[in-house]
Design a protein around this ligand. Structure first.
Ligand SMILES: [Zn+2]
Ligand SMILES: [Zn+2]
Length: 560
């Protein structure tokens, strides 16, 4: 059913376009009095269905068509799953991006690297915890603790009801970056009346608290201090809390820090630009490692998810330009193994183990704490906010389903189970919400300069190519006679040397069959599609018989 949004003008609506039913790509829309605001515009990792693409972004076509009614994009924090699609999709929206000083500095650096000073993304800074208004929405940002600085939950107030949009958060009694959550402030929000809480489902399977960065620091200190050889710590660059912890630990353990990876430099620069560091700590250049004792160096780098071009993967593949690991060195993966990335990460683990490197991961050491709330934290916050309705987002369907159930268990009257593209209408009178329809939503692969849907013909063909390769056949015809012999290429199917006899057989059979068909057609016009069908049939038959594969077959008949 197509919704008529003009008729819904006075409704308070919520539409997630990404992040509800998947990890990453968070985009959430709120509507009231004919106006829209967008909360976050993030990206995600591509999976095996999208060969050749690393990044996916949400399909925002629905709101791009209504962009004259979109008042702005409010960024809760600078993690890629909340800010990472701005660089790909802003042009379709061209509305102001509201971000705190750190997130704004981070976004400016990123856009600057891509477009120089020429980008025209309009970034408007908002101060943490300082209310502002966008049309019919009164927005009160609330600092919550997370692994990124200045994470802002948004208390969105309208005449049709108030929404508390949590963003990513946790309780940390000893955060090294930022302050613990202010429960008094949260209770005060609860007192103002919250119709719905739209919140983070990531860690709902965790029964306990997510753990404290302060406690983690003690564990990392012990591991780093006791580690032998060169010590490498790999994490997400966007996890400034962890980057900061590792730098502090290194200093306490008397080690010099080498930062490897542009994305970590970027986040440190953003932290400096927005006042977190007066000056960047003193680092050793990776080129100068040789002049230090191996045990005096700590390398802080990216690649904790086994990303192909990241420093960790290069070290494991022994092709890092400056950093050569040796037997007895140690590497700490200070991060979660994100579901879907296991294969890539374990490949890197195995390569490192083979090199005699001590590999420490979350599987067997205390090297990571999550930035997302476990059930005890959810309960603590929900008892303060007291929402009438819980709307789980930021997770796969399993997380969201379980989150909704948990919400009901702890006494929230209603908890919705939604998906990307659902249109949810709130009713402040009855304190209820309903899914009233659906709009287009989905993922697009970032493929070079193109954005492609998973079902695009290009991606379909690429999946086939990666699975079975391709056979090209090219025949030139003059005066109804084949010129020379057919040209056959078989990338990803046959080896030009080892399979030369088979290639010769295909060439010969094609020649015979096409030539005799041309002869038979002598008095009639040649039917090209019939000839292509003949060529494809011969190639398919031989490859199936000899190799038992179904490659892509591309034929070309050139009449001169
Ligand atoms: Zn986050
Ligand atoms: Zn997130």
């Amino acid at each position: 059913m197509t919704l008529n949004f003009d008729k819904l003008k006075n409704k308070l609506l919520f539409v997630p376009l990404g992040g509800s039913g998947e990890i990453g790509l968070n985009v959430n829309l709120y509507h009231y009095e004919g106006k829209w605001i967008m909360v976050d515009l993030g990206c995600g990792f591509a999976d095996d269905l999208l060969p050749g693409a690393d990044i996916v972004v949400p399909d925002i076509n629905f709101i791009a068509k209504l962009r004259d009614k979109l008042l702005g994009i409010i960024i809760t924090h600078s993690h890629e799953d909340h800010i990472g699609a701005v660089q790909y999709l802003w042009d379709e929206l061209r509305v102001p991006v509201y971000a705190t000083p750190f997130s704004a500095a981070f976004l400016r650096l990123k856009l600057g690297e891509l477009y120089g000073k020429n980008h025209d993304v309009e970034i408007k800074e908002y101060a943490p915890d300082m209310p502002f208004a966008l049309g019919p929405f009164a927005i009160e940002p609330i600092s919550l603790n997370h692994s990124s600085p200045e994470m802002q939950a948004l208390f969105i107030k309208t005449a049709a009801g108030n929404i508390f949009h949590t963003g990513d958060w946790k309780y940390d009694h000893d955060p090294l970056l930022g302050l613990p959550n202010n429960d008094e402030k949260l209770a005060n929000i609860g007192k103002q009346g919250v119709l719905a809480l739209v919140g983070d489902s990531t860690n709902v399977f965790n029964e306990e608290y997510s753990g404290s960065e302060g406690d983690l620091k003690k564990s990392l200190y012990k591991l780093i201090d006791e580690a032998t050889g060169l010590v490498v710590v790999t994490t997400f660059a966007s996890n400034l809390a962890r980057v900061d912890t590792v730098i502090k630990v290194a200093r306490e353990a008397g080690k010099k820090v080498v930062v490897s990876g542009r994305s970590i430099w970027r986040v440190l620069q953003a932290a400096t630009d927005s006042g977190y560091y007066k000056d960047l700590p003193e680092f050793v250049d990776e080129k100068d490692i040789g002049s230090y004792n191996r045990n005096d160096i700590l390398i802080l780098c990216t690649g904790c998810q086994g990303e192909t071009f990241a420093a960790t993967t290069k070290m494991a593949n022994k092709n890092h330009q400056y950093i050569k690991l040796a037997k007895g060195d140690s590497i700490i993966f200070s991060s979660k193994i994100i579901p879907g990335n296991e294969k890539k990460i374990f490949k890197v683990f195995n390569q490192l183990v083979k090199m005699g490197i001590e590999v420490l991961t979350e599987k067997d050491h205390f090297v990571h704490v999550s930035g997302h709330p476990g059930r005890k934290e959810l309960e603590r916050m929900y008892k303060l906010i007291k929402p009438e309705i819980l709307v789980p987002v930021h997770g796969e369907l399993m997380h969201m389903h379980y989150h909704a159930r948990f919400g009901r268990e702890i006494g929230i009257k209603s908890a919705l189970e939604i998906e990307n593209g659902h249109v949810i209408a709130f009713d402040n009178e009855t304190k209820t919400a309903d899914t009233i329809g659906e709009v287009e939503a989905g993922q697009l692969a970032v493929d070079g300069y193109y954005l492609l849907p998973a079902q695009s013909p290009i991606m379909k063909m690429r999946r086939k190519l990666t699975q079975a390769g391709v056979v090209f056949a090219h025949i030139i015809v003059q005066n109804n006679q084949i010129v020379g012999s057919p040209i056959i290429k078989t990338p990803g199917v046959l080896d030009i040397k080892a399979d030369s006899e088979l290639i010769a057989e295909i060439t010969e059979e094609l020649y015979e069959a096409v030539q005799s068909r041309l002869k038979a057609n002598n008095r009639r016009r040649n039917n090209l599609s019939e000839l292509y069908q003949l060529m494809r049939g011969i190639i398919r038959k031989i490859i199936r018989r000899e190799v038992n594969k179904e490659p892509v077959i591309e034929c070309e008949l050139q009449m001169i």
